[in-house]
Design a protein around this ligand. Structure first.
Ligand SMILES: *Cc1c(COP(=O)(O)O)cnc(C)c1O
Length: 720
């Protein structure tokens, strides 16, 4: 029997575990939560705070007794405590100059876990992975973002194949958020000036613990705000231009005000994408106000500690606002900075003399950052070309924009089954040496049979997941036709070569490229001795009719009996769906129009889990591809006609699939093992694992951007 005091303690420990998102990258803790009540876990969208809320003490005790979970809960709790107090971190050894004052990392979205829906896609997941690696490395970092009451959106596809959106409601009572406490010991509400005559947007400030790091969220859903101001914190990337500029003011200006109210003095300010660039102006305003500096002096000082990362070579991906709109919203700030209207506007213009040029957030950030970077080597080059006109006296090569290639947070994306395999064969303590090439060498020692067995288990889990989701989709009154759901669920088979494609359905990602030659695709998928199955998932932005059209095309193909159920679209793409897919597929398809995929990260998640990349030479891929550690589509050349380019890419895709991928996958030795395939899997892990993870990425930011920005040393921008 357990005493009442012990019971209370057990609950307290579970609650403490649930309140720090550290659990989200520790599968052994997730397993404890799941086992407490698997059904409830699923119904609560994998949210332990919500789950514990609806479990009585008596039930928790009974369940933990039955399952002998007590020791595991105790173990998890101790691991968390050890983690939080560890003094042997990478940052203590290598980034001492950054320990005194944190990096403030501004991002419009953070993808930390499916239960905290404050992200839409890769940008948010990257920010989430960045903060987790900063925590693992012991780098003091505080994220800054907005709390969106309705998040992005939940997707379902109606019977006709059209995307529909629904919006959840954020309930802070069942989220790992707490109201932030200011220097004065009281809850913080900030006031962010917008427009003229003293009007403000108010925001409550929440905090989220992410391991050793934390995230500050601004929430304008307070009674003192009118409806228009509350709408600023309703939907991520929702609303009109007016909402958008107010969101960016709240994020940038409000974020700086909030940090100050919390007594946080950042040593470095990192703008993840241009959305938050107004932060720089508020920092300058504060310096002018505090020390009576001129705008020019304040900017010189502020600029020294600002780091900017740009993420897109797609023109529409750069926020631009009309001059009148900027003036209407920022006149107060402009006047505090002592700037004329045109002087202020010129901060966001490539050509300051052009009164018609809109105000571009990327331009503002590029002008006000000491270090700017793209997110892959190729994207760095493209970005230097794109913004060359800002530095007309430099050659293109000398444009001061470098690159730090994106990565993924290994503990978040690695399947527990793969972790066991790595534990057995990689060097001791491998998770704290992710960025060392030697760490990954041990993969070559893994017996083929063990690797293949693990991959088969992962694929079986994926197939079960796909079947379950198809059944659910078929149960929806206006969802997938139940006959189609059954046909596809029955056809899905863990022995079949499985290709995955899942990401935002932006046009440039060309989700339907593989469907261009349908007859050929049908032959490949339905080949009786060497069949192939494909799983798609992804959301189109609610205003993106082209993206929605692509989804519809895939849904129609899915219902086409000629494909014999070998093609599935899983709706409501999120981190959970992404995790199942990247951990279970054999091949990950990536078909962007080069060079529009700045980096891409989903393929990096796949390679960690023994899947093979099958990709256009775009984003991170050309940096890692060596001819054998993945499959390339095309040669990296770009035709002037996008039509011709698309035809070429589609043809090459089919050729590689038919002539290289399928034969290699189905080539088996006398034990039934695809020996040559597995050798390539190992090669990908060995040659790519150490580079394309966020520990390496954050270390690069520290060395090339954060340390110089913190004044630890100054070095020339290294574009390569
Ligand atoms: C990793 C990830 C992405 C990024 O996918 P790309 O292929 O890099 O665009 C998008 N969405 C989710 C949910 C992810 O986990």
């Amino acid at each position: 029997m357990i005493t009442r005091d012990e019971a209370k303690l057990l609950r307290l420990k579970l609650e403490r575990l649930s309140q720090n998102l550290w659990w989200a990258w520790h599968p052994e803790v997730i397993q404890v939560f799941r086992q407490l009540d698997p059904d409830l876990w699923r119904r609560c969208d994998h949210n332990p705070v919500a789950m514990l809320r609806s479990m009585s003490d008596a039930l928790i005790i009974e369940r933990s007794h039955d399952l002998e979970l007590n020791a595991r809960i105790e173990g998890a709790y101790r691991s968390l405590e050890t983690y939080l107090t560890d003094t042997r971190t990478w940052a203590i050894a290598h980034a001492g100059a950054l320990l005194a004052r944190p990096v403030a990392y501004f991002s419009a979205e953070f993808g930390l876990h499916e239960s905290l829906p404050l992200y839409s896609g890769g940008l948010g997941v990257l920010a989430g992975d960045h903060i987790k690696s900063a925590s693992d490395l012991g780098l003091p970092l505080v994220g800054v973002s907005l709390l969106y009451r309705e998040g992005y959106f939940r997707q379902w596809i109606d019977r006709s194949g059209y995307q529909r959106e629904t919006y959840a409601n954020f309930d802070s009572a069942v989220q790992p958020v707490r109201e932030a406490i200011g220097k004065d010991g009281r809850k913080v509400t900030i006031e962010v000036p917008v427009g003229s005559n003293g009007s403000v947007i108010r925001a409550r400030v929440w905090r989220v613990d992410v391991g050793r790091a934390s995230l500050v969220l601004l929430d304008p859903h307070v009674p003192e705000n009118d409806e228009r101001d509350r709408a600023v914190g309703t939907r991520l990337y929702g609303g009109d231009r007016e909402t958008r500029i107010r969101q960016e003011i709240l994020l940038g200006v409000g974020g700086v005000i909030a940090l100050k109210a919390l007594g946080i003095v950042p040593g470095v300010v990192h703008l993840n994408e241009g959305h938050s660039a107004f932060a720089v102006l508020e920092l300058a305003r504060q310096r002018m106000h505090e020390d009576g500096m001129s705008f020019a002096d304040a900017m010189r000082e502020v600029r020294q500690k600002v780091v900017f990362t740009t993420h897109t070579p797609v023109e529409a991906g750069h926020d631009r606002f009309e001059p009148d709109q900027v003036e209407a919203h920022l006149v107060g700030l402009r006047e505090s900075l002592g700037l004329s209207r045109e002087g202020f506007m010129s901060l966001g213009r490539v050509n300051p003399q052009d009164a018609g040029e809109p105000f571009c957030m990327t331009v503002l950030a590029l002008k006000c950052a000491t270090k700017s970077n793209g997110v892959s080597a190729l994207h760095g080059r493209v970005t230097r070309r794109m913004w060359h006109s800002l530095w007309p006296h430099h050659g293109e090569q000398e444009v001061p924009i470098g690159h730090v290639t994106n990565g993924v947070h290994v503990p978040t994306w690695l399947a527990p089954e793969m972790r066991v395999l790595y534990d057995r064969h990689l060097r001791a303590n491998w998770p704290v040496h992710l960025a060392h090439p030697e760490t990954w060498m041990g993969i070559d020692e893994v017996p083929d049979i063990e690797l293949w067995g693990t991959l088969q288990i992962l694929k079986s889990k994926l197939v079960r997941f796909v079947r379950r989701r198809l059944v659910q989709q078929g149960e929806h009154a206006d969802g997938l036709d139940p006959d189609v759901a059954t046909m596809v669920a029955d056809a899905f088979d863990p022995n079949v070569l499985t290709i995955g494609f899942a990401r935002r359905f932006a046009q440039y990602k060309r989700a339907t490229l593989i469907l261009r030659d349908r007859e050929r695709l049908k032959r490949i998928l339905t080949n009786s001795s060497r069949p192939v199955q494909i799983i798609f998932a992804g959301k189109a932005h609610p205003h993106d009719e082209i993206g929605k059209g692509l989804i519809r095309e895939i849904r129609h193909a899915m219902s086409d009996p000629a494909f014999q159920g070998r093609l599935a679209f899983i709706d409501d793409f999120d981190i959970n769906v992404a995790r199942h897919l990247v951990q279970g597929v054999d091949v990950w398809l990536n078909t962007p129009t080069r060079p529009l995929e700045a980096s891409g990260t989903s393929g990096q998640k796949v390679l960690l889990n023994g899947g093979r990349n099958f990709s256009i030479l775009d984003g991170w891929f050309p940096e890692g591809y060596d001819g054998q550690n993945g499959f390339a589509i095309g040669s990296g050349e770009v035709h002037v006609s996008s039509q011709v380019q698309e035809e070429r890419d589609a043809a090459d895709l089919m050729r590689v699939l038919e002539e290289e991928i399928v034969p290699l996958f189905y080539e088996r030795d006398s034990w039934g093992l695809p020996v040559r395939w597995l050798a390539r899997v190992k090669r990908a892990v060995r040659t790519l694992g150490w580079r394309f993870n966020t520990d390496r990425m954050v270390m690069d930011y520290v060395t090339h951007c954060y340390l110089p920005a913190a004044g630890a040393w100054s070095c020339e921008v290294d574009p390569h």
